[in-house]
Design a protein around this ligand. Structure first.
Ligand code: GLU
Length: 264
């Protein structure tokens, strides 16, 4: 049984932040970006509670480790993730603490969303963390799973988590101003699709579009949005590179793609 304690009156937001955003498209995790995320959460925390799904473990490890292996490349990445994850968490912890924010780590894999007992444990743990103002920072458990390392950039993990935790809004931070129209991509200018209420429209837009949409491309983001829309959760795909990207999106000061939930 899921515990009775549930959501507070605050709007529950899941922020998914990929490696390309966290590094601001460099080879280094940006402390400034982590601080920017923390500052925005601090500003919004009276009305919103946050769950973060963050990549970046492999990228942190690559900053200071080069592993030797005769084995498969994927296993090297898993090992790098194991080395990098505690460093990534330390960076979140140090930066967020300065802002009065508390952090916690949860490592999950797709398989955990298939077992009732695991799902129950995830919900109950998260609820206790959130009730006590500890921000859950989630990553794939890369020792036991490779789904998101191979393809996905944690987008699907974020969607599965958001559905399980019944969030109100998912913000996927990436390195483009949302999803661009196919026409604009073909013509080599970039025009953002602002609001959609059909996943098919998005699928059509990226069907033959050029792939300047960042590391994992837009496919995994649209797959995530499809899972979320099915469960009536709104998804925003925003450019997370600049400062205040969530605040700006909320205030209508930036171009991003909003995928409406089905009730609207
Ligand atoms: N769990 C991986 C990491 O934190 C995700 C890899 C990715 O985002 O591509 O590095």
């Amino acid at each position: 049984m899921y515990m009775e304690m549930g959501k507070s009156d605050k709007k529950r937001v899941l922020l998914k932040i990929g490696t390309n955003t966290l590094t601001k498209e460099t080879h280094q995790i940006s402390r400034g970006k982590i601080e920017d995320i923390g500052r925005q959460i601090a500003e919004l925390q009276d009305d919103y509670e946050f769950i973060i799904v963050s990549s970046g473990a492999i990228a942190v490890a690559r900053q200071f480790v080069q592993l030797e292996s005769k084995g498969k490349e994927i296993n090297v990445k898993q090992a790098l993730a194991a080395i990098g994850q505690p460093h990534l968490m330390r960076m979140f912890q140090e930066n967020f603490r300065e802002l009065g924010l508390l952090t916690s780590q949860c490592l999950l894999s797709y398989a955990d969303f298939k077992r009732d007992k695991s799902k129950e444990n995830i919900v109950n743990t998260m609820n206790v963390l959130l009730e006590n103002n500890y921000i859950p920072i989630i990553n794939e458990n890369d020792t036991v799973a490779t789904d998101e390392i191979q393809f996905g950039d944690n987008d699907k993990l974020a969607a599965l988590t958001a559905v399980l935790l019944d969030v109100d809004l998912v913000i996927i931070a990436t390195n483009t101003d949302g999803i661009y129209t196919k026409n604009s991509m073909d013509q080599e200018y970039k025009s953002t699709i602002a609001v959609v209420d059909s996943i098919d429209v998005l699928k059509h837009e990226i069907a033959e579009g050029k792939s300047s949409h960042g590391t994992g491309g837009m496919h995994s983001k649209i797959e995530a949005a499809e899972i979320l829309r099915e469960k009536n959760i709104e998804t925003w795909i925003v450019n997370g590179i600049g400062d205040n990207f969530m605040l700006n999106a909320m205030q209508g000061l930036s171009s991003f793609t909003k995928i409406l939930n089905r009730s609207l």
